[in-house]
Design a protein around this ligand. Structure first.
Ligand SMILES: C[S@@+](CC[C@H](N)C(=O)[O-])C[C@H]1O[C@@H](n2cnc3c(N)ncnc32)[C@H](O)[C@@H]1O
Length: 318
């Protein structure tokens, strides 16, 4: 990290596959806690709606396709963040992994790490990456990162353990240029009640059709719960109701999650389920925001990982 005499310390980071900026939100929160100035020196996302949302919120328009950007165009930085595309490893995608061109985007991260050599990185992906191709995909990723001289740690974390009413299990892969004492955060943060995240006076636009509501009731074998629940329909059409949300997903059907079996979540509610503050500006359509929220990260989870990363780096400095 950089500090001129008398100046506050800066944290220079890059945000690859930045989407709507879940890593950026987390970096701002953690830096504010530590009196450090967060400086995003480069961001990239190929999706024009995501670029628009990112620019509206952080004042900088992300560059486009990372495969077309030479590492020499990217400024030096302390930390690299990348929630790289998960469809190739996700159960809802075809699980083709490195055979899918999107799976090979990992090698763009490796290319940038090799040239820029930041002090640390945080990567995020779906939990299934850990078992994809019977563990071979993750082993290859770890081999590549270690081959670049990084000390690498990984763990699956669940947003439910970091205060959010969303069951979202994601693998975090963290690496350090130097060998440092690093521990993943333990979690254990009590879950905020789902009801606290809901908007009042939600318009009929979000209401599921009468037919869908009726079919939900018929399919749901349990009694209608008295507390606020999110009803989740799995691939085989089975309905379950939980006092928290199942993982938001970019490509799920509009009726995948219905509040009390009746209405869809609003844009703001979806962002709250990922821990975004209400100051986050919503500038895209319902459909685009829904996709963006599903693609994004649970920001309290990222913030907790980042705190542990910065503590490890501080100890190294000390
Ligand atoms: C899992 S999402 C990451 C979301 C992000 N972490 C957030 O907080 O919103 C992956 C992102 O990679 C982007 N992407 C896919 N291919 C890309 C490419 N070739 N270059 C840059 N971005 C790409 C997608 O548009 C998507 O927004």
């Amino acid at each position: 990290m950089h500090k001129a005499d008398g100046e506050p310390q800066n944290l220079r980071f890059i945000d690859l596959f930045c989407g709507i900026g879940g890593f950026h939100v987390a970096a701002k929160i953690v830096c504010a806690e530590r009196g450090v100035v967060p400086l995003c020196v480069f961001s990239s996302d190929i999706d024009s709606d995501a670029q628009r949302a990112y620019e509206a919120n952080f004042g900088v328009k992300p560059r486009g396709d990372i495969t077309k950007i030479p590492a020499s165009d990217i400024p030096c930085h302390d930390l690299l963040f990348a929630g790289f595309p998960c469809q190739p490893f996700s159960i809802c995608g075809e699980m083709k992994g490195f055979e899918d061109a999107r799976g090979t985007l990992f090698f763009d991260i490796a290319r940038i790490l090799a040239e820029k050599r930041p002090r640390a990185f945080v990567l995020e992906n779906v939990k299934l990456l850990a078992n994809h191709n019977r563990g071979a995909t993750l082993r290859r990723i770890l081999e590549v990162l270690e081959g670049l001289g990084y000390c690498v740690h990984y763990r699956v974390l669940n947003a439910l353990n970091f205060g959010l009413p969303q069951k979202r299990e994601r693998i975090f892969i963290v690496g350090f240029r130097e060998s440092v004492a690093f521990q993943f955060p333990a979690g254990g943060v009590p879950m905020r009640p789902l009801a606290e995240l809901l908007e009042e006076d939600v318009s009929d636009y979000y209401l599921a059709s009468e037919k869908i509501r009726q079919s939900r009731l018929e399919k749901y074998a349990g009694a209608r719960p008295r507390e606020t629940t999110l009803w989740h329909e799995n691939k085989s059409g089975h309905i379950s109701a939980y006092p928290y949300s199942c993982a938001l997903r970019a490509g799920a059907s509009y009726n995948y999650l219905l509040l009390n079996g009746e209405r869809r979540l609003t844009e703001r509610e979806m962002l709250r389920l990922q821990g975004f503050p209400d100051t986050y500006k919503i500038v895209c359509s319902y459909g685009a925001t829904r996709k963006q929220a599903g693609n994004s990260v649970a920001t309290p989870c990222v913030a907790a990982v980042l705190r542990s990363v910065l503590t490890a780096l501080d100890n190294e400095d000390g």
